[in-house]
Ligand binder design. Structure first.
Ligand code: CIR
Length: 252
């Protein structure tokens, strides 16, 4: 059974790091989070829930804290200094599920920059993931048999803020946000809407995709996938999306 690690919402979530001017409604965020968790459970994930940490408002964005590949996880050193204290409890939770390796300074990497498609891992070179983080990922994932392909992130926080996969060969892409050259071997579907975050989706099962907006749901259905919708607008206010809210451990 696949496992998803999620983290509860602290009251301090209203202070989460953001590039936007928006007031976060913490109660609404908790409702959306409950719905998100329900969607994962309905699709067969067993949830491991890490308690909230009031000293780290961004802790629900647990995806950034680790990269999980089969039975192995690389616990990252997050790119934003204010988020580095989030790692301990997440590493502990992962240690109960798989083999854990810790990333060390000066490397930084956010899991939101890591997109795995089959045996290839695309890693964003972003404001959060530095050259050391990319090199460390290459070494760790390379030993596990993966090929790591760097992608420059231009206009968004993370690679997966603008590109995610819907199957083993197809990605959704918000145009102009990342260097598209390294993605040329993939079938690329350009999202119809204006908001790059619509490209941030989670594959639930073969042909079933969790999406955050109605326009994307319609586009996904036209492509022949089944869309399941979950509103994460309170998380978008602090630059997060669907993938950010869980670390998904699946068999290789
Ligand atoms: C941050 O700035 O780190 C958080 N407010 C948002 C993180 C979103 N995570 C993700 O895209 N994987």
């Amino acid at each position: 059974m696949p496992v998803a690690v999620v983290r509860e919402i602290p009251d301090s979530f209203s202070e989460a790091i953001t590039s936007r001017e928006a007031v976060i409604d913490v109660a609404a965020a908790r409702e959306q989070h409950a719905e998100y968790r329900a969607r994962l459970e309905e699709s067969g994930f067993r949830l491991v829930v890490v308690p909230a940490d009031e000293d780290h408002p961004d802790c629900p964005f647990v995806e950034d804290i680790a990269v999980a590949l089969g039975g192995d996880a690389l616990v990252s050193r997050p790119g934003h200094p204010a988020r580095r204290g989030e790692v301990g409890p997440v590493a502990e939770a992962l240690a109960g599920l798989c083999s854990v390796t810790m990333m060390e300074e000066p490397a930084t990497l956010d899991g939101g920059d890591v997109l795995r498609i089959g045996d290839v891992i695309y890693v964003g070179r972003s404001g959060r993931t530095n050259a050391g983080g990319v090199t460390r990922l290459m070494g760790w994932a390379g030993r596990l048999g993966f090929t790591v392909v760097p992608v420059d992130v231009i206009g968004v926080l993370h690679l997966k803020s603008a590109v995610t996969a819907v199957d083993e060969t197809t990605v959704l892409l918000a145009p102009g946000m990342v260097d598209e050259v390294p993605l040329t071997d993939l079938r690329t579907i350009v999202i119809a809407g204006e908001d790059p975050h619509a490209a941030n989706v989670v594959r639930l099962a073969d042909g079933v995709v969790l999406v955050s907006d109605a326009g994307m749901a319609a586009q996904i259905a036209e492509l022949g996938y089944r869309a399941v919708t979950c509103d994460v607008s309170e998380f978008a206010k602090s630059d997060g999306g669907l993938t950010c809210l869980s670390i998904r451990l699946r068999d290789r």
